[in-house]
Design a protein around this ligand. Structure first.
Ligand SMILES: Cc1ncc(COP(=O)(O)O)c(C=O)c1O
Length: 386
């Protein structure tokens, strides 16, 4: 059976060039980067080379890169680390459309007595700037708003949000896990003090991410042990994965311009065909600025009373991988919190599908997926018990 992977927002396949870059560090250069002998020094040199590439990719200094186990840890470190170090301020301002890796640590902070504002988003998925201006004040320690949403691709105006945060003396954190490697994520241009990244969304290995922390930003470690990563993230450094991350980021940037044009063409073709085939479907995130490779559609509940999870399973039987919510919540029947936050009712939110394109996809994949979706939806509507 033909198989088509349209879930690059959940994860991406490892690029063989990244594997080639990592391979020598698994066996040859196996030393502990903190050891002072030759084995250790070789590993340290590779680690610092990776750190330098990462820093260059985001307009930061090498010392501002903290390697973590992934985007989740980077988000947790940003939120818990800033709040533990903050003195005299106990407020966090975030949005209801954030990833769980931000929402959950924020909820934990609220349980611990911090004041946390979960702001509403507009229909586009972008945070409501009036609500933001109202919520950020003298007691705010941290504003955490994602750069691009993982379900809809909606890109937020981080420079404007950061200006607002800084105007009130607060720090700005942005989760750039989905945007990095797809659009520019320069720390200075964005105005961010902290930024989360993850390798496996850009054809790098799973299990490594980074928190970029602007020099001078007060941050306390959330893990305790050795003094690695300048004491901000203890644990033996994962040199092979750091090399893989840096190589994946470097390649993504090298190919970004061309690839984003190609991905946008695939996405727009799919969007056009779905609008034609299913009049009345909602394209979530449109017309806000969106990442080029994500298409999120809700089947208007009245015309198409469908369950996204059933659609995902039926498409899977046809060999096509799509998702109905964020990867982290798929498997549960809860409607997407992001689509709900954008003002859609529960049934519409449940009848939602996300397609996310990547390097391996072609126009033939789009045609195949549309054809199969047409058949699947038609069958589901015919079999529906009135
Ligand atoms: C926006 C966003 N933030 C954070 C994460 C978590 O990253 P990781 O899987 O590297 O822990 C994800 C993963 O889906 C994501 O999409």
């Amino acid at each position: 059976m033909r198989r088509v992977y349209l879930d690059h927002t959940a994860t991406t396949p490892l690029d063989p060039r990244v594997m080639d870059a990592m391979r020598p560090c698994f066996s040859g250069t196996f030393g502990n980067a903190s050891s002072i002998h030759a084995y250790g020094r070789e590993a340290r040199e590779m680690l610092e080379r990776a750190r330098g590439i990462m820093a260059g990719a985001v307009g930061a200094e090498p010392a501002e890169i903290i390697f973590t186990s992934g985007g989740t840890e980077a988000d947790n470190l940003a939120i818990a680390g800033v709040m533990s170090a903050a003195s005299g301020r106990d407020g966090i301002v975030t949005s209801r459309a954030e990833h769980h890796a931000v929402l959950e640590p924020c909820r934990l902070m609220a349980e611990k007595g911090k004041r946390v504002a979960f702001l509403p988003v507009r229909e586009s998925g972008a945070v409501d700037m009036d609500a933001l201006a109202h919520a950020v004040g003298g007691g705010t320690a941290l504003v955490s708003i994602m750069h691009a949403n993982n379900e809809t691709g909606t890109v937020s105006d981080i420079p404007a949000i950061a200006a607002l945060a800084h105007g009130a003396g607060a720090l700005m954190h942005t989760d750039a896990v989905q945007s990095a490697g797809k659009i520019r994520v320069d720390m200075t241009e964005l105005g961010a003090d902290l930024m989360s990244l993850s390798a496996h969304k850009m054809y790098g290995p799973k299990g490594i991410g980074a928190l970029v922390v602007k020099r001078g930003t007060p941050l306390e470690a959330i893990l305790h042990g050795g003094g690695q990563e300048r004491g901000r993230r203890p644990g033996t450094e994962n040199v092979p994965l750091a090399i893989g991350f840096a190589e994946a980021f470097r390649l993504s940037l090298l190919e970004m311009e061309e690839e984003s044009v190609r991905l946008r063409a695939l996405r727009d073709a799919m969007e056009g065909r779905l609008r034609h085939l299913f009049p009345g479907i909602i394209v979530n995130g449109d017309p806000a600025p969106r990442l080029p490779h994500i298409l999120n559609v809700s089947f208007g509940a009245a015309e198409y009373p469908l369950e996204g999870d059933m659609l995902v399973m039926s498409m899977d039987l046809e060999g096509i991988a799509v998702t109905s919510g964020s990867a982290c919540t798929s498997g549960s029947l809860e409607p997407s919190h992001v689509i709900r936050a954008m003002g859609r009712d529960e049934n519409t939110a449940k009848a939602t599908l996300r397609f996310s394109f990547g390097r391996g996809n072609t126009m033939e994949d789009v045609a195949y997926a549309v054809e199969k979706l047409g058949l699947v939806v038609g069958k589901m509507l015919r079999n529906r018990v009135p």
